[in-house]
Design a protein around this ligand. Structure first.
Ligand code: AMP
Length: 538
């Protein structure tokens, strides 16, 4: 067979050639813009040529600091399209971490949304490698800024070459993308994606048994473009000619519901907190969501109750998936097998709440205390992965040794596997509650609590215990309508029949909100500190 290199520029070229009329619907600060793939392609080439003019060279890193919109999409293809590496930076990290990441990556140029200028004014003196700033804005003029040299995205694009030939002398193993993990402890770790891994991962997103992204879809990545490349959706969508809906800055559940209705979105992707918010909106106000054929949910465990409400109340198919920055991210996705169509509703949602089956192209091992675990849905072990879109090391980082060994990625996720091969994430190794020598899954308790009709969100964390080493404490945010009505005892009674006695939380605390990480996951370390302070002050 031919040894043809799998590269990112080929994806954009396909969209330009075959889908020039298809649209990207982009919500920006000034409203909704509709651009065709023909236009996006020309603008992408203009940006590539400008980066060449700026002296960006093959292998250099170019950072983006932006929401999900068409300009960010252009950067996704323009940067690897001229041989450089697209580094998507998490806009929600604290300024010190942002400066650390930019310096560690050695970004040469930064593309920044205008709303983030004040932040860069603050950290600019700490940035050691940045040679130019390009500001993405709808406005004619840039706001006053001390960043230097600074350029207006649209104005500089006009000077670019719309027929620039994408750089083709690329070996598919060369880097095209760079993302840092949203490390909750220590500095974030960088993962370099190769052209090949991006292309193969995009292909996996298109498989019928996976996300089945296709030309006929209208896809809305709500997951940020800095969170594992919006789970690879922008790459796959452009390659397949899929219509894209980019929800832009500062979106709300109401705005997402309106976009789904007005643009007839067929597939949307995001973390559970996004879907919890949308669910609340749909329950309060009527929207036409009949176009949705899939809500793709990953990043943390999707509670069974939420899945059930989406499917039963709103007829919206819910697809649970699992992955991590190190895995591009898609590696596990939950779809029932064809011969499972006769199972009860209860069983169906048990399955759907599991993360699912390993996708084709990736291999796994689950290692318990005594070797590989039994597939009985009970024995727990750490999930190990390998495959063509799984990282083999962290970028310039000594911490690679702990995570990558003997050709496998040690995910740090503790899982069970049932007889059908369905994987269930029990916890992060560090979040498991170790009580009296046994393990309690915080995720299971959280899901059970979130299935209660009065509970909006629930997080369970371990607190130190003299006798048992650790014990679970549950933190619950009640729905507005249930505030002051629901008691701790009622929730305990609700949990009791579902778990062994020693699994039940020692206490349930009612909070106004649960602290979240920069990508919307429960920030358990902060929560645990809050709880300890709470008990000390009692
Ligand atoms: P990140 O690299 O920020 O995407 O985080 C990856 C981690 O998120 C994984 O190692 C898991 O611990 C967690 N995660 C991702 N998807 C799921 C899921 N569907 N259910 C439970 N945990 C998940």
């Amino acid at each position: 067979m031919m040894d043809v290199q799998l590269t990112v520029p080929l994806m954009m070229e396909r969209a330009e050639k075959f889908f020039a009329k298809k649209k990207v619907i982009s919500r920006t600060a000034n409203g909704i813009q509709r651009l065709s793939y023909g236009e996006i392609g020309r603008r992408t080439r203009q940006l590539s040529s400008i980066l060449v003019d700026f002296g960006v060279e093959k292998g250099d890193k170019v950072g983006t600091f932006a929401w999900n919109h068409h300009r960010h999409l252009e950067a996704y293809f323009a940067i690897p399209g001229m041989g450089a590496v697209l580094h998507t930076i998490n806009i929600r990290l604290d300024p010190n971490q942002i400066a650390y990441i930019i310096n560690h990556a050695e970004d040469r140029v930064l593309l920044i949304d205008d709303c983030f200028l004040p932040l860069f004014e603050q950290i600019k003196d700490d940035l050691k490698t940045v040679k130019a700033y390009i500001i993405m804005t709808d406005n004619e003029e840039l706001p006053p800024t001390s960043l230097y040299p600074v350029h207006h995205y649209e104005k500089i694009l006009q000077q670019g070459n719309p027929t620039y030939e994408f750089y083709k002398e690329i070996n598919e193993q060369e880097p095209a993308g760079l993302c840092y993990t949203s490390a909750t402890t220590g500095d974030p770790k960088g993962v370099l994606y190769s052209h090949r891994s991006i292309v193969l991962h995009s292909m996996a997103l298109g498989l019928a048994d996976n996300a089945a992204v296709s030309e006929s879809d209208i896809a809305m990545p709500v997951v940020p473009m800095f969170h594992v490349n919006a789970w690879g959706l922008p790459f796959a969508a452009v390659w397949f000619g899929t219509t894209l809906v980019m929800p832009g800055p500062f979106f709300t559940p109401k705005l997402l519901a309106e976009l789904i209705e007005s643009e007839k979105v067929t597939i949307a992707a995001g973390v559970p907190t996004i879907w919890l918010g949308l669910l609340k909106e749909l329950e309060e106000k009527e929207y036409d969501t009949s176009s949705l054929r899939a809500v793709l949910c990953g990043g943390s465990a999707a509670p069974k109750g939420v899945i059930e409400r989406f499917e039963k109340k709103f007829n919206i198919p819910f697809v649970h998936a699992y992955g991590m920055t190190e895995t591009s991210p898609l590696v596990v996705l939950s779809r029932l097998k064809s011969y499972q169509s006769n199972i009860t509703d209860e069983e169906k949602y048990e399955y759907k709440a599991k993360q699912g089956l390993l996708v084709p192209g990736v291999e796994m091992k689950v290692m318990g205390k005594d070797g590989e675990v039994k597939w009985d849905g009970k024995e727990m072990g750490e999930l190990l992965l390998r495959g063509p879109w799984i990282a083999s090391e962290y970028h310039k980082d000594d911490r690679s040794h702990g995570a990558f060994c003997d050709g496998w990625l040690y995910t740090g996720d503790v899982v069970t596997v049932d007889e059908e091969g369905f994987i269930k994430i029990v916890d992060r190794t560090k979040d498991l509650i170790k009580s009296g020598g046994e393990w309690i899954s915080s995720v299971d308790l959280e899901n059970a609590l979130m299935a209660h009709e009065s509970v909006f969100e629930a997080a369970v964390v371990p607190v130190p215990h003299e006798q048992w080493q650790e014990r679970p404490i549950a933190c619950v945010v009640l729905k507005e309508s249930a505030k002051n009505h629901v008691t701790k005892e009622e929730l305990m009674q609700f949990l009791a029949p579902q778990f062994a006695k020693w699994w039940l939380p020692d206490d349930i605390l009612f909070l106004d909100e649960i602290p979240k990480t920069s990508v919307g996951k429960f920030l358990k370390r902060t929560l645990r500190d809050q709880i300890l302070t709470h008990y000390q002050s009692e």
